[in-house]
Design a protein around this ligand. Structure first.
Ligand SMILES: [Zn+2]
Length: 186
C-alpha cells in the first residue's frame, strides 16, 4: 500500500515539512494505553523531563528529535516516537510516513549544516526505552574501531568515556543547536 493512501488530510509525506509541529495524531490510530510510561527514558525526554545537550532539535506531531543523552558525538540525532511503543510495525501508516520524512529532513541538514558525509542508522526493538532511531554520524576517528555495525558499540563507549571535556560537550551542543536552527528554517 502506498504511504500516500494513509494520509487522511490528503497531503504528501514530503509536504509534512515541519508544519507537522502542529499536526496531531489521529486518535483513532492511537492506543492510548501505550502513550507513555513513567519508567521510560525516551518518554521522559519526549515530555521534556530529561534535558539533552542542545535541547530539542525538532518536534513533529508524532516524533521528537534530540542529541543522544549518553554519547556525546556531534550531530548524533535520536528520533523517538512520542508514543511509548517498541516496534516499527506499531507505527500507524501516517506515523511511518511522517517518520521517514522527518529522518530524511534531518539527514539533509546533517549534510548541509554539519558536513556529515555518512550516517549509520540503528534501532533494536528489544529495548527498555521506546521506539527511537539512532542517526550516528561517521567521523574519521571512528575507523580505529573498525567499520560497519561491529564498530558501533566501541565508538559510542569511546565517545562517552573519552570525548566528554567541556569543549567537546560545547561542540555537541553547538551542533544540536545548528541542526535545530536549520530545521526551523526548512
Ligand atoms: Zn516510552
Amino acid at each position: 500500500m502506498n504511504a500516500r493512501s494513509h494520509r487522511e488530510d490528503g497531503s504528501l509525506p514530503d509536504q509534512i515539512g515541519l508544519t507537522a509541529n502542529i499536526r496531531t495524531l489521529n486518535p483513532a490510530h492511537v492506543n492510548q494505553s501505550s502513550t507513555t510510561d513513567s519508567s521510560c527514558l525516551s518518554c521522559a525526554i519526549v515530555l521534556g523531563e530529561r534535558p539533552t545537550l542542545g535541547g530539542t532539535i525538532v518536534e513533529t506531531g508524532g516524533f521528537h528529535a534530540h542529541q543522544d543523552i549518553a554519547y556525546p558525538i556531534p550531530g548524533l540525532v535520536i528520533v523517538a516516537s512520542k508514543r511509548h511503543i517498541k516496534a516499527l510495525d506499531e507505527l500507524t501508516g501516517d506515523e511511518a510516513a511522517e517518520f521517514m520524512a522527518l529522518v530524511h529532513a534531518i539527514r539533509v541538514q546533517q549534510r548541509q549544516v554539519l558536513g556529515i558525509e555518512h550516517v549509520y542508522y540503528f534501532y533494536n526493538e528489544d529495548t527498555t526505552h521506546h521506539f527511537h532511531l539512532w542517526m550516528v554520524p561517521r567521523y574519521g576517528w571512528m575507523s580505529r574501531f573498525g567499520r560497519s555495525v561491529e564498530s558501533l558499540r566501541p565508538v559510542l563507549l569511546h565517545a562517552r568515556d573519552h570525548m566528554n571535556s567541556p569543549e567537546e560537550l560545547a561542540e555537541v551542543t553547538r551542533c544540536a543547536a545548528a541542526l535545530r536552527d536549520a530545521m526551523s528554517r526548512s
